[in-house]
Design a protein around this ligand. Sequence first.
Ligand SMILES: [Zn+2]
Ligand SMILES: [Zn+2]
Length: 136
Amino acid sequence: MKVQVDRIRPEGLTVQEQADPQKLDLNTDIAGFKSPLQVEARLQRVNDVVNASLTVRGRLSMKCCRCLSEFIVEVDKDFSVDYPLEKGARTIDLDPDIRDYIMLEYPLKPLCKESCKGLCPGCGADLNTVAKCNCD
Ligand SMILES: [Zn+2]
Ligand SMILES: [Zn+2]
């Protein structure tokens, strides 16, 4: 999301936008978004600083590191960033910060649930769905 500085009125400015996860470079091997993210930014300018208060929502798909099944986590994140304006700056680009804050939501080892039993190392059966596999 890019915002033109001169659109920010003294009473502030609210911008809503759909953000493309591909453009934000949010898709990794273990997690990613298959649909656009909803971004709302409330901007306020005080002298040479723009404060952006953001809400980002989306459906994060992840792959469980134990059983390899896909699951979805609803992301709903609020954060606020200050942008000091350089002389003559006409736009501010919120995308790098949106990306950084959303990436913080990515776990190192995604789990569909804490108690996920994973796959049997012997036969690959999903031990969450079979009571007992044929190994042993
Ligand atoms: Zn799992
Ligand atoms: Zn087995």
